[in-house]
Ligand binder design. Structure first.
Ligand code: HEC
Ligand code: HEC
Length: 284
């Protein structure tokens, strides 16, 4: 590709009767062999972007554990609402090919095609995650005594701990836990029990994917976390939510506008306006 384009440019330059020397300075590197494309499964046919409507039908079997709208009510099952399409599709492919080991999910992923995975991903990505509440109990003893439980997680989330080689989670998962589509999963609002279980497994060396599908980043990130930090990170993440994208954002905006109007009216009467409710997990 590159080579032929350079040839094309060279030809164009020659046609435009540019001095030969100029064209000669273009020394195309020999084309390297195309990188081998991993063919994981026979049906791993190229998928197009998911179709959320088709995905809704295909996700019917998932509701028992993950909830109709992806907000699993049982905290041992991850919420899928608001999770990115590509991340969901990647995990389903890993469950299917054994790169992520889970007997239950192997069963549910086994019959899905690559397109099904994208459609289901698009369906859940279009749902809104219902945020949880971060634990603000004050820690009684140990190195973090006197701090609120979620604050231990908040500090690591935002700043990491360079002395122990722990990166800031928000660098990849975002200040409000929304992640980055195509690269990093959303964690905001996720059940703390599930998040803590995964962090513990990552600390123990868990890697999802095999061969060039493997992504070992999290086993490195989690290697130095203490149990308390894992629980604190999990509860902090559960309380995180992207305010603009929170459930009922329209309703909130409307209520805020109404409140502002009421406050103005109240101010006109010199009456004190009511304070806004505070969020447990503030934005970075
Ligand atoms: C019987 C319960 C059950 C059903 C039904 C079920 N799942 Fe799961 N699912 C789980 C469990 C348990 C996990 C966590 C696995 C682990 O710990 O690695 C999981 C994990 C996942 C994950 C990974 C989430 C993440 O954040 O990494 C995805 C994606 C997923 N399931 C999709 C589906 C889809 C799609 C269906 C329907 C086709 C489905 N599941 C049906 C129990 C279930
Ligand atoms: C350098 C980027 C990076 C950093 C920093 C990072 N993560 Fe991750 N994280 C990832 C990637 C990539 C995945 C998905 C891995 C995969 O698909 O195999 C992931 C997955 C996860 C998961 C599993 C999500 C799910 O739905 O199952 C959890 C939990 C998690 N990270 C927590 C954290 C925490 C807590 C921190 C901070 C201590 C952190 N991560 C820092 C890149 C990062």
């Amino acid at each position: 590709m590159k080579f032929s384009r350079i040839l094309g440019v060279a030809a164009a330059l020659a046609a435009a009767s540019v001095v030969a020397q100029e064209a000669a300075t273009v020394t195309p590197a020999p084309e390297t062999e195309a990188a081998p494309v991993a063919t994981l499964e026979a049906d791993n046919t190229p998928a197009t972007w998911g179709d959320a409507a088709a995905g809704a039908t295909k996700a019917a079997a998932c509701a028992a554990c993950h909830g109709v709208d992806g907000n699993a009510s049982d905290p041992q099952y991850p919420k899928l609402a608001g999770q990115h399409e590509q991340y969901i599709a990647r995990q389903l492919a890993q469950f299917k090919n054994g790169g992520r080991n889970n007997a239950i999910m192997l069963g549910f992923a086994a019959t899905l095609s690559a397109q099904d995975m994208r459609d289901i991903g698009a369906h859940f990505a279009a749902q809104k995650v219902l945020p949880g509440v971060a634990d603000d109990t004050v820690i009684a003893e140990g190195p973090n005594a006197g701090r609120k439980f979620y604050e231990v997680g908040q500090k690591l989330w935002r700043a990491g701990d360079a002395t122990r080689g722990i990166p800031a989670c928000q660098a990849c998962h975002g200040p409000t836990g929304t992640g980055v589509p195509g690269a990093y999963p959303a964690l905001g609002g996720q059940h703390a029990q599930y998040t803590a279980a995964q962090l513990t497994a990552f600390r123990g060396g868990q890697v999802w994917g095999q061969g060039d599908q493997a992504n070992a980043v999290m086993s490195g990130v989690a290697a130095q976390l203490t149990d308390e930090e894992i629980q604190a990170l999990a509860t902090f993440a559960a309380g995180l939510h992207n305010v603009a994208d929170a459930p009922g954002a329209d309703a909130v905006a409307e209520a805020e506008a109404a409140a502002a109007a009421a406050a103005e009216a109240a101010a006109a009467e010199a009456a004190p306006a009511e304070g806004e409710a505070t969020e447990v997990a503030p934005q970075g």
